[in-house]
Design a binder for this molecule. Structure first.
Ligand SMILES: Nc1ncnc2c1ncn2[C@@H]1O[C@H](COP(=O)(O)OP(=O)(O)OP(=O)(O)O)[C@@H](O)[C@H]1O
Ligand SMILES: [Mg+2]
Length: 426
């Protein structure tokens, strides 16, 4: 997810950090509802004049409907939901209706709450500012047209002005905190990966060479012993030396296996390399926070296959696409993980050798009778089928080229801390 997206949405994993539990939601609703006590003035005004019961009931209905929508809607900040915009529209409609029919009775105060709801709930900052300015305009217009008293006008103008902008600031603050939490998580994962690589290098350098020498020397000793005159003693010594050779060979194999496990590529590390590769080619990387946040949460073999695909797909974008932007995302749905790499470059041209269906005939599944000719894409398909996954190419994405690598993924507990790995292997 790029920073432009983050301005609108919160990074995955921290997006519901507001009111997650039932208790927190109730507390949120109460905290929001408390502010509505300010509408008591408007209610009192309705009763303190000799209005007809119908007129009073109408005013009360507007205040109650407004309060209910407000209390349901506002605690959903900062993420909002699909009812946010219709909800805000309903609030605006009630505020306008209230002002048209009851303006001078104090219903203009509804614009204070409108302004606060817009500041908190409108995701795009520019739109939020426009919405708050709209509330201020609404308040001023209705105050003037319904002849609100000068002091009342000024005493409500300040809250309408400041609360909306203060809420936009609060929302931004929350987003920055969430981004910071995401960045911290990313840094921690990178540090763990770096530590794994260091361990792998050290294990390889410290033990690999000595074990190879032990194996060679014991094999040589066994051969030299074979030249000595036959005796029971000689055979015994030779057996012992053979065992030394076989134990050191086995240990070397085990160490290599462990090292290759540590060196298994991960999405969290691969996305950093991808960003650097794209940046050096002048292509903007628009990547999803999930690549870091979901890395290490599902089977390492599946993740390794997807990480290899990411590497190859990005190399292809750099080499073949001529794109300006590359969009990379990772989605988890119904037991599988899908990596999408899409660019806005020239897309596939048949002369490039990537065989495909004519444009418009839909996605090209891999491997469809050898249509895809490059080694890179073949390799991707093979790695994915090894873990039960598949590769789908959309070479005629308009504009550009896109690729979706999908593989079954079973959730895993977060990666074992490096200290645990070392102690359990000691
Ligand atoms: N992002 C892309 N934009 C445009 N064309 C692409 C893109 N990715 C792949 N292609 C086309 O698909 C072909 C096959 O890609 P593939 O990675 O299999 O091979 P390659 O990159 O040519 O060589 P290599 O074996 O070194 O990877 C490419 O030659 C290119 O024509
Ligand atoms: Mg390639």
């Amino acid at each position: 997810m790029d920073s432009a997206d983050i301005a609108g949405k919160l990074p995955h994993g921290v997006r519901s950090a507001g009111y997650q539990t039932k208790g927190a939601r109730i507390a949120g609703a109460l905290f929001t509802g408390v502010w509505l006590l300010y509408l008591v003035g408007a209610v009192a005004y309705l009763f303190s004049h000799h209005y007809s019961p119908l007129y009073i009931a109408g005013g009360l209905a507007i205040i109650v409907a407004f309060s209910v929508i407000y209390v349901v809607l506002v605690p959903n900040w900062p993420t909002g939901g699909r009812y946010t915009l219709p909800g805000l529209a309903a609030l605006a409609l009630l505020a306008v209706t209230g002002c048209v029919f009851y303006g001078a009775t104090g219903l203009v105060a509804l614009w204070i709450f409108m302004s606060s709801a817009c500041g908190l709930l409108v995701p795009d900052r520019r739109r939020a500012v426009q919405a708050v300015v709209g509330c201020i305009a609404g308040y001023v217009i209705f105050s003037v047209t319904t002849h609100v008293h000068g002091t009342d006008f000024l005493s409500n103008l300040l809250p309408v002005l400041f609360i909306g902008f203060a809420m936009i600031g609060l929302r931004r603050q929350f987003q920055l905190t969430a981004e910071l939490a995401g960045a911290r998580e990313e840094v921690a994962q990178l540090a763990a990966s770096e530590e794994r690589l260091r361990l792998a290098r050290d294990m390889h350098d410290l033990t690999g060479q000595s074990l190879s020498v032990i194996t060679l020397k014991s094999e040589l000793a066994a051969r030299l012993l074979g030249r000595l005159p036959e005796s029971a003693e000689r055979d015994r010594v030779r057996d012992e030396i053979d065992q030394v050779a076989s134990v050191s060979r086995q240990t070397l194999r085990d160490i290599r296996e462990a090292i290759s496990g540590y060196r298994r590529p991960t999405l969290a590390v691969e996305i950093i390399t991808a960003r650097a590769a794209l940046a050096s080619a002048g292509i903007a990387a628009r990547d999803d926070a999930n690549l870091t946040l979901l890395s290490g949460t599902f089977d390492p073999d599946t993740e390794a296959a997807l990480a290899w695909c990411l590497r190859e797909a990005v190399t292809n974008v750099v080499r073949h696409s001529g794109a300006k932007n590359c969009y990379i995302s990772l989605a988890h749905q119904s037991g599988s993980m899908s990596l999408t790499v899409r660019d806005d470059g020239k897309g596939h041209s048949p002369s490039d050798g990537c065989g495909t269906e004519p444009p418009g005939t839909g996605p090209l599944a891999h491997p469809p009778g050898g249509r895809v000719t490059g080694t890179g894409l073949h390799g991707m398909g093979e790695r994915l089928s090894a873990v039960g996954g598949s590769l789908e190419l959309r070479p005629d994405t308009r504009p550009g080229f896109s690729l979706v690598a999908t593989a079954p993924a079973t959730p895993q507990t977060p990666a074992t801390p490096v200290s645990d790995v070392t102690s359990s292997r000691a």
